[in-house]
Design a protein around this ligand. Structure first.
Ligand code: NDP
Ligand code: TDO
Ligand code: MG
Length: 282
């Protein structure tokens, strides 16, 4: 069984790579930007034809949410057209696709945890291109699982936790938004969940929501990092309007994880336990 993973050097790609030794029964092939430029459909097909994977884990993506607002074409190529291309190849070659999507496909107006049946309505370019990627994969008729996750962090790559540590080591006072509610996801937990899906006796298609357990704001997330790391920086709770960014973010993106727990029996660690684990390794 051969598994091809895109986004080798991203947070999720790196965590999946760390699990490679634990799964010697699979041939896990990782591709980075150089080996497979996701904005180049011909190269995607060429690599897939050479590698002929049984499973594709589509972890590569354009994730710079603010930059995407002025870089829509490239963002669409990577988050939408590449997924369409992967889906078409998988349908023709009977491969399964596990694709990663985002809480940012939702508009943030819900007041209850978001279910897979809730209607997406993105409010920024990144979210829109990710939604178009999901739709293209579904239309491809490839066997697929789409995992929508949220607020991903890891010791690898760039993320909110590492940004907060940098800011807190430089400043005495920072402001962090308190009116955007969701749940962080430790990329290692997500990588383990993906391997559990691969290990499952049956590949049950569809969309699944996955994050860690809990309900917090970015402000509470930053405060937890501060407490665990022992910083003295004052973290002011601010409204989104006091932290203007090119892209709008949803105010509420808490995901309901019932379906993935029920169908794939995955465990969903508490957000703070996972944050402590990650910070312990940083
Ligand atoms: N990060 C987050 O907070 C969240 C992420 N997600 C989704 O989860 C998945 C994994 O995200 P995560 O690991 O955090 O993302 P990262 O930004 O850490 O990694 C993305 C990877 O995609 C690669 N990539 C970007 N553009 C191209 C391209 N043109 N060709 C080839 N590779 C490219 C990057 O390559 P390079 O290293 O060369 O830049 C990088 O390795 C993505 O689908 C993302 O949309 C969902 C919710 C939250
Ligand atoms: C750096 C900083 C950010 N913020 C705010 C901005 C934003 O609303 C929130 C989080 O900032 P970030 O830029 O890390 O978040 P962002 O890049 O929007 O994170 C998103 O990335 C994509 C890829 C996803 O799929 C989403 O699930 C989500 O994780 O914190 C502050 O309030 N103060 C600060 O000092
Ligand atoms: Mg970001």
């Amino acid at each position: 069984m051969k598994i091809l993973i895109t986004g080798r050097h991203g947070q999720l790609g790196s965590e999946l790579h760390d699990l490679k030794e634990a799964y010697p029964k699979y041939q896990m092939v990782f591709v980075d930007r150089e080996e497979m430029d996701l904005s180049n459909p011909d190269q995607i097909i060429e690599v897939l034809n050479t590698q002929k994977p049984n499973i594709i884990v589509s972890a590569g993506a354009y994730t710079a949410v603010d930059k995407a607002e002025s870089d829509q074409e490239l963002c669409d190529a990577v988050n939408h057209i590449a997924v369409k291309t992967i889906g078409a190849w998988a349908a023709d070659n009977n491969a399964n696709v596990i694709h990663i999507s985002t809480d940012y496909v939702f508009d943030g107006t819900s007041e209850t945890p978001l279910k897979e049946t809730d209607t997406p309505d993105p409010i920024n370019v990144y979210g829109l291109t990710k939604l178009h990627g999901e739709q293209a994969l579904r239309a491809s008729s490839a066997n697929h699982v789409i995992i929508r996750t949220a607020w991903v962090y890891s010791v690898y790559g760039a993320n909110f936790v590492k940004t907060m540590i940098r800011l807190m080591s430089e400043r005495e006072e920072i402001g962090v938004v308190a009116d955007q509610i969701g749940t962080p996801t430790y990329a290692r937990d997500l990588a383990k969940a993906i391997m559990q899906i691969i290990e499952a006796p049956e590949f049950l298609q569809g969309v699944y929501h996955y994050s860690n357990e809990g309900k917090i704001s970015w402000h509470e997330f930053a405060t937890a990092v501060k407490e665990i790391k022992g910083f003295n920086t004052k973290i002011n709770a601010i409204g989104s309007n006091a932290f203007p960014t090119p892209a709008k973010r949803p105010n509420f993106s808490l995901l309901d994880k019932s379906k993935i727990k029920e169908v794939y029996k995955v465990s969903v660690p508490d957000w703070k336990t996972s944050l402590q684990e990650m910070l312990g390794e940083l």
